[in-house]
Ligand binder design. Structure first.
Ligand SMILES: *Cc1c(COP(=O)(O)O)cnc(C)c1O
Length: 224
């Protein structure tokens, strides 16, 4: 497992996907997802030049954070229980999984600054996935008015684990369209310019459909 080589390969693919649709590769933020791997591997990734690290569990993130701390920006990408918000709120830069007012309430009362949040959407409607149904997104974001510590920078989704490229594209397109709708409302607390979508198996498609933040684990750092 050579993290540097993996990163080079991924960067080349990002460049190609951007070229395909006339985008600037600098618009893409790679979030290195380290949930499967050790602190040592995580440090290797940071040394290779990745500064945005994604974790999906509070305990694991806290453990890594305590040893790596301010060398990285931390993204919380997993389901967050509202009672655990307090354990991560002073460590993270971004939450990708805001989907309930109970989380927003905790952010509001615990944070000491504005926290960048993605609202998670279950575009495909799969029962196993977390996130709001597409038609719940706008009412939810309107309800966030007054939570000064919550800033909605974009929408996030996890695509279904399928190989059907057209279906994946449609999933990403739906999220992009919904993002445009939220953005057009020009809510001061919800600029909603970003799209967190694309993982190891589908990030090139996600980029072609407008992703700004891709969350890559296995293809970058392996799975053990
Ligand atoms: C694990 C995980 C990823 C990364 O998955 P890979 O397929 O290993 O790239 C991205 N996003 C979320 C929310 C995850 O839980």
């Amino acid at each position: 497992m050579d993290v540097k080589l993996n990163l080079e390969h991924i960067r080349a693919e990002i460049k190609q996907a951007c070229a395909n649709v006339n985008r600037d590769p600098n618009e893409i933020t790679i979030i290195g997802v380290t949930k499967y791997v050790t602190i040592e591997r995580t440090k290797e990734l940071i040394d290779a030049g990745i500064e945005n690290i994604g974790e999906n569990r509070v305990e694991e993130m806290t453990k890594k954070y305590s040893q790596i701390d301010d060398e990285a920006k931390w993204h919380f990408i997993g389901t967050l229980q509202s009672r655990k918000v307090k354990d991560v709120i002073h460590k993270i830069d971004t939450i990708h999984s805001l989907d309930r007012l109970s989380i927003a309430k905790q952010i509001q009362s615990r944070a000491t600054k504005q926290i960048d949040c993605f609202v998670q959407v279950n575009v495909s409607g799969e029962g196993s996935k977390h996130g709001l149904a597409p038609d719940e997104v706008i009412p939810f974001i309107e309800d966030l008015e007054g939570y000064e510590h919550v800033r909605v920078i974009g929408l996030m989704t996890m695509a279904p684990e399928i190989k059907d490229e057209q279906l994946l594209r449609r999933t990403f397109q739906k999220l992009a369209t919904l993002r445009d709708t939220v953005k057009s409302k020009q809510l001061s607390y919800a600029p909603c310019e970003s799209l967190s979508m694309g993982m190891s198996n589908d990030y090139t498609i996600a980029i072609e459909e407008g992703a700004t933040h891709i969350r890559i684990g296995s293809k970058l750092v392996g799975t053990e």
